[in-house]
Design a protein around this ligand. Structure first.
Ligand SMILES: C=C(O[C@H]1C=CC=C(C(=O)O)[C@@H]1O)C(=O)O
Length: 358
C-alpha cells in the first residue's frame, strides 16, 4: 500500500467517526494503523489483550484498540521536505498567565524538596493554542514523521475520548519474550548545531536518579540486568542524557506487574514515586490525562510475546476548536524556576514546530 492509500483509509475511518491509531516506531520507515471496526471504548486492566494500548498518567483510563476488532494496515513513508506554512497565532496573555502559575508551582516543588518530602518531582503545565487543527491530523502526522525520525510518532483517536498526537523520545519498555529493554532519560538542553553539549552535575544526578529507580524496580522481577553508561541523545531541538537498560524478566512476572513496577518513572513523576505522584495530583492544578501515560503495542501469541510501549511525552490533544500542549520538567533541589520555565518553552517547541508555530 502506498502512503497516499494509507492516508485515504485513515480519512474514511475518521469520517465514519471510528477509533484508530496511526504510528511509526523510531528509526524505521513503515507506518502502521489499527482501524477499529466498531466504536466501542475497550478497556484493558491486565494488559494481556493484543492491540494498541493508550493509558493515562493516573491509569484511570487504560484503553485498547483490540487487534481482533481492528483492521491493520501498513505503508512505507518516504521522508520529504515538509510544508510548514499552516500557522495560527496564540495569545501572549495566556502565556504570561501560565508562566506565573508555572513559576509558583516549581517554587512549591523546590520547597517540598527542601522540607524532605521527596528528592525529585516532575512538574508540568498545559498550554492552550487557539488553533482549529484537528482536521489537519494527517498533515501533523507527516510533519512529525519528517521532523522526528528517531521518535515514536503517533496520532490516536477515539470518538468518546478525543484525539492525541505526539513524537516521544522515550521508550517505556520493550519486551521480546522475556528480554526487556528500557531507558533512563533525563536532563535537557537546547540542540544547537556545531556546539558540543556539556552536562552539569545537576542534570547528571537527575538522570542517575532515574537509572537507579529503574534498576531497583526491575531487580525483583528480573533474572539478569545490565545498564549502559549515560550518553547524549538528540530529540528534535533538544539534547537529553540516556542510559539503556536490558533485563531478562522472570517468566512468572505478568505485564500488569511490570507496568506497576515501572510506571510512572522518575522521568515523568519523581522520587520517591508515591510522594511525588501525590504532590503532582494535588498541586499541578489540571489533569495530565494521557500526557506522561504510556502507549503502544501488545502482540502475544503462542509462539512469542512482543510488547513495545512508549512514554507519552512531547504530545498534544487536538480538540475540535483548540490544541492543548503538555510539557514538563524534572525539579530537584538545585532547580531554578526561571530556567525550568524556559525548559518547558523549549520542549513545547517540539509540537509547535509541527503546528507551524516556531
Ligand atoms: C517530562 C518531560 O520530559 C522528561 C523527559 C526527558 C527529560 C526531562 C527533563 O529534563 O526534565 C523530563 O524528565 C516532558 O517533555 O514533558
Amino acid at each position: 500500500m502506498t502512503f497516499i492509500e494509507f492516508t485515504e483509509h485513515i480519512t474514511s475511518q475518521y469520517q465514519a467517526d471510528l477509533p484508530f491509531v496511526i504510528y511509526r516506531k523510531p528509526d524505521i520507515s513503515e507506518v502502521y494503523a489499527y482501524l477499529q471496526q466498531d466504536s466501542i471504548l475497550h478497556f484493558t486492566a491486565n494488559y494481556k489483550t493484543n492491540g494498541f494500548v493508550m493509558a493515562s498518567f493516573d491509569l484511570t483510563e487504560s484503553y485498547i484498540i483490540p487487534k481482533t476488532a481492528s483492521k491493520q494496515i501498513k505503508a512505507i513513508f518516504q521522508p520529504s521536505e515538509s510544508d510548514k506554512s499552516t500557522e495560527i497565532g496564540e495569545t501572549a496573555l495566556e502565556l504570561e498567565a501560565s508562566k506565573v502559575t508555572h513559576l509558583r508551582l516549581v517554587e512549591k516543588g523546590i520547597t517540598a524538596i527542601k522540607e524532605g518530602k521527596f528528592k525529585k518531582v516532575v512538574l508540568s503545565r498545559k498550554e492552550t493554542i487557539a488553533q482549529k487543527n484537528r482536521e489537519n491530523y494527517i498533515l501533523i502526522f507527516e510533519r512529525m514523521l519528517n521532523t522526528y525520525p528517531n521518535a515514536f510518532v503517533y496520532v490516536w483517536y477515539h470518538p468518546q475520548v478525543g484525539m492525541w498526537a505526539g513524537a516521544t523520545p522515550e521508550t517505556f519498555f520493550s519486551l521480546t519474550d522475556n528480554e526487556l529493554t528500557t531507558m533512563a532519560l533525563a536532563g535537557t538542553q537546547a540542540y544547537l548545531p556545531d556546539e558540543e553539549v556539556h552536562w552539569r552535575a545537576k542534570e547528571k544526578n537527575e538522570q542517575q536518579l532515574v537509572t537507579d529507580f529503574i534498576v531497583a524496580s526491575l531487580q525483583p522481577v528480573s533474572k539478569t540486568l545490565n545498564v549502559t553508561s549515560p550518553y547524549t541523545v538528540r530529540a528534535g531541538n533538544l539534547w537529553h542524557i540516556r542510559s539503556d537498560i536490558k533485563a531478562v524478566k522472570k517468566e512468572t512476572v505478568s505485564n500488569a506487574k511490570l507496568i506497576q513496577a515501572l510506571h510512572p518513572t522518575p522521568a515523568v513523576c519523581g522520587l520517591p514515586k508515591d510522594a511525588a505522584k501525590n504532590f503532582i495530583l494535588q498541586h499541578e492544578g489540571y489533569p495530565r490525562k494521557f500526557y506522561t501515560g504510556f502507549l503502544g503495542i501488545i502482540a502475544e501469541d503462542a509462539e512469542r510475546k512482543l510488547i513495545d510501549l512508549f512514554v507519552n511525552l512531547r504530545c498534544m490533544e487536538l480538540q475540535p476548536d483548540k490544541v492543548l500542549l503538555y510539557i514538563g520538567g524534572g525539579i530537584t533541589l538545585d532547580s531554578d524556576p526561571e530556567e525550568e520555565w524556559k525548559e518547558t518553552v523549549k520542549k513545547a517547541g517540539t509540537m509547535k514546530n509541527v503546528l507551524g508555530l516556531s
